[in-house]
Ligand binder design. Structure first.
Ligand code: SF4
Length: 152
């Protein structure tokens, strides 16, 4: 049976980023053809109801604001809840998510000043998945993920 892995859709080339672009990661994309895994794409910002393109947003404490100051916490939390629901539906114990995103980032995110500065913390979705026991890896940790699953 393949191992189901939740994946940020932008890493697979889906143009779902705030600017209408994508962040295709070739190493992540090779997993699409690996019969040992099944990738389950998510984009919490889209599934939380935000349009694409959209204003960039950053976390400030437990809230999330767009660059012009709109409070988009509710949309980010809805997207996170839907990602968790998807993870549960597919029995995903692992997630491979886009680093530094206010939704998908794990361990390090932008600091809320929209100046490109990073701070310690998790995106809203990454945080909720971690809280629920799902092991989250960033795209630069692909080898760590494959090793955790026992594939390398
Ligand atoms: Fe990618 Fe996650 Fe941002 Fe969607 S919310 S564009 S999946 S980083």
């Amino acid at each position: 049976m393949p191992v189901n892995i939740l994946v940020s859709a932008c890493l697979l080339g889906t143009p779902c980023r705030y600017d209408g672009g994508q962040k295709q990661n070739d190493a992540v994309c090779t997993l699409v053809h690996d019969p040992r895994v099944k990738l389950i794409p998510i984009c919490p910002e889209q599934s939380g109801g935000l349009p694409t393109p959209r204003e960039p947003s950053e976390r400030r404490g437990i809230r999330v604001y767009s660059r012009t100051g709109e409070d988009v916490t509710a949309q980010f939390e809805l997207g996170a809840a839907k990602a968790l629901e998807t993870a549960k539906r597919y029995g995903c114990k692992y997630a491979l998510l886009k680093e530094r995103s206010p939704s998908c980032g794990k361990g390090e995110i932008y600091d809320g000043s929209f100046s490109g500065k990073l701070t310690a913390g998790d995106g809203v979705t990454a945080g909720l998945l971690l809280k629920n026991g799902i092991k989250v890896f960033g795209e630069s940790e692909l080898d760590k993920l494959l090793s955790a699953i026992g594939l390398i």
